[in-house]
Ligand binder design. Structure first.
Ligand code: PMP
Length: 375
């Protein structure tokens, strides 16, 4: 049997209680949602859904081709200008996902003979970018500028430091200013993934690089997703114009992928317009995260202090995390669950996302349900 070997793996997963299954979400889910990445509550905002519908009517259901053939519309150009302007960068390039944006940024900026220094806690898409890059990758300890300095000191030639800005498991922020200082000591570039920072960090949600005073720097490249705070789908790379031009010419996930669907571009543009008009949404998401953390800690739960909108609660074991999340769901509260192989052994978590549109009584209910159902 060609795929017989799969059965062994499946059996091992079953024995460990770690089988992953898809649970289609009904349109009107009764669950209180602390699992999605809709940090600003925009995914179902009428202006965002109308932005998607209007774009689909005007430009069609799909982009019709790759960006270099027929897949670049005026809408894509407008979204790129608007993203760059909002986040404080010279230029931007939109991709069909944040995952594709990360693969593009890392592979295109790590040529043969280069060194990629990658934080041990980085997202899978950055890790895969490192795996695909022609340069050599050195993984360094989590959020450790000294380890980055040591790694850069061993290398001559182009180098790039790659890190999440807000780490997706524990919600902690990278020491961006220190990392930038180390990069500058060695003339290295920086690629940072702001998937969880855009829309949340920076006074009005302009993101982590902006908050750290690094927006528009000639040696800093930022990747974002349109699928979290902006309530849409897709990704982008922001940076100096020559870097963006290089990606157009060299990044395989740009060149060989169909352009972002117009509806997604329209939704993201509408979300950016909303965020400019209502910058307080970013601060509210941060405040909800801090409040969740304070209240969970008061319940005696081991919550990690959040730097953005991700609030992580330590679970005793992978099985405990799976059961805890299931029991919360049965009690009406949807929470995320991280456990191996998505995270290293011993790092199982409930993952809660703060949303700007969570009301006080919803926060109270969520904390109560999570506390009552602890394993
Ligand atoms: N980077 C990080 C840190 C993420 O959490 C995610 C989404 N899970 C991505 C990149 C990928 O973005 P997208 O979902 O748009 O592909």
């Amino acid at each position: 049997m060609a795929f017989g070997w799969i059965d062994e793996q499946a059996e091992a997963r079953r024995r460990a209680g770690l089988v992953r299954t898809l649970r289609p979400r009904p349109a009107d889910s009764p669950l209180l949602d602390l699992a999605s990445n809709d940090y600003l509550g925009l995914a179902r905002h009428s202006e965002v859904t109308e932005g998607a519908a209007r774009a689909a009517r005007r430009w069609g259901g799909g982009a019709t081709g790759s960006r270099l053939v027929t897949g670049s519309t005026e809408l894509h150009a407008e979204l790129e200008r608007e993203l760059a302007d909002f986040c404080g960068f010279e230029a931007a390039l939109v991709f069909s996902s944040g995952y594709a944006a990360n693969l593009a940024a890392v592979t295109a900026l790590a040529p043969h003979g280069s060194l990629v220094v990658s934080d041990a806690g980085n997202h899978a898409s950055l890790i895969d970018g490192c795996r695909l890059a022609r340069g050599t990758t050195q993984v360094v300890g989590h959020a450790d500028p000294d380890a980055v300095r040591k790694a850069l000191g061993t290398h001559t030639g182009p180098a790039v430091v790659v890190s999440d800005t807000v780490f997706s498991v524990d919600g902690d922020a990278a020491p961006l200013a220190e990392l930038a200082a180390v990069c500058r000591e060695f003339g290295a570039g920086m690629v940072v993934d702001d998937a969880h920072g855009l829309g949340v960090l920076g006074e009005g949600g302009q993101g982590s690089a902006y908050a750290a005073g690094l927006a528009g720097a000639p040696d800093v490249v930022v990747t974002v997703t349109l699928s979290k705070s902006l309530g849409s789908q897709g990704g982008a790379v922001l940076g100096p114009a020559p870097v963006i031009e290089h990606l157009v010419n060299a990044a395989r996930t740009f060149i060989f992928d169909t352009g972002l669907a117009p509806a997604a571009a329209g939704a993201a543009l509408a979300a950016l317009t909303l965020l400019r008009r209502e910058p307080e949404r970013a601060a509210r998401a941060r405040a909800v995260a801090r409040e969740l953390h304070t209240r969970l800690t008061a319940e005696g739960l081991a919550a990690v202090r959040p730097d953005a909108a991700v609030v992580s609660v330590r679970a005793p074991s992978p099985e405990g995390a799976v059961r805890w999340a299931a029991d919360c769901r049965a009690a009406g509260v949807g929470v995320g669950c991280f456990r191996p192989p998505s995270v290293p052994d011993g790092v199982s978590r409930l993952r809660l996302t703060a949303r700007a549109d969570l009301a006080e009584e919803q926060i109270t209910r969520a904390v109560q349900v999570i506390g009552e159902n602890r394993p």
